[in-house]
Design a protein around this ligand. Structure first.
Ligand code: G3P
Ligand code: MG
Length: 243
């Protein structure tokens, strides 16, 4: 296995350039690269017909003109939705991005990807299978890191995509972090900025586990994290470090 963390930059664009364009869309990915990103994080779930698509929430209300659960809509139905006007009317042509489409775009841009798996509860196997199918159909020419808050998804990832680097996402870093990381055999731990704990980060790094923090939109926070040895931050501002 090639450890994806070895080629990970200090900053990963969160949901594409989430601060400047509608999150998880092709426009947000392109803009992130224009602003200097070499890696993007995106959220991956599945449609009713089991195609891997990019979407953060379980429902469509916040980030589209649709209604109801993403998983209850076929890809054809999802593709009819406007995924951009909620952010700015100029993005009205943005359509839901499938994972195969993202992989194609990332191959053209030579972009590293952190695919955060956000499965519907109970559909972890199907969601990871859809990710595996997309990667089989469109092999990536760039590093891929899989992450999830969902331990069933990470266990499935180990079975279905054993050669990909895995990370466990958490909010606060648990005191039993070693147990939690071991139970999914993860290579990294991603924690929420608000729960940063320098002493725990030190222990984790000493154990050879990579650490990253989300969502860091302030340079002072970024400096604090880097000083503690945190390997990478997720930011809605791909250009945060040059501002
Ligand atoms: O993957 C890091 C971060 O994106 C996790 O939280 O809610 O922004 O997907 P969320
Ligand atoms: Mg995410």
């Amino acid at each position: 296995m090639q450890n994806a963390y070895k080629s990970m930059p200090a900053l990963i664009a969160h949901r594409g350039a989430g601060a400047f364009a509608p999150e998880n869309t092709a426009a947000a990915i392109s803009l992130a690269v224009e602003l200097g990103a070499t890696w993007c994080e995106v959220d991956v779930t599945i449609s009713a017909d089991a195609v891997a698509v990019l979407h953060h929430d379980v429902d469509l209300e916040r980030c589209s003109n649709g209604h109801g659960l993403v998983v209850k809509h076929s890809l054809a139905q999802l593709k009819m939705l406007d995924m951009g006007s909620w952010f700015d009317p100029k993005y009205h042509q943005q359509r839901i991005l499938t994972l195969p489409e993202l992989l194609q775009q990332a191959n053209e841009l030579k972009l590293g990807l952190n695919l955060e798996i956000k499965p519907t509860i109970g559909l972890e196997t199907e969601t990871v299978a859809a990710v595996a199918k997309a990667l089989e159909d469109t092999p990536a020419n760039h590093p891929i890191l899989l992450s999830s808050f969902n331990i069933h998804a990470l266990r499935e990832a180990k079975i279905q995509l054993p050669n990909l680097t895995r990370a466990l996402n958490v909010e606060a870093i648990p005191h039993n972090w070693h147990e939690r990381v071991s139970e999914v055999d993860a290579h990294g731990l991603h924690f929420q900025l608000q729960f940063f704990d320098a002493a725990l980060v030190k222990q984790i790094l000493q154990a050879g586990i990579y650490c990253a923090s989300y969502t860091v939109n302030d340079k002072t926070d970024a400096d604090r994290l880097y000083k503690a040895g945190v390997n990478a931050i997720f930011s809605d501002y791909p250009n945060l470090l040059t501002l």
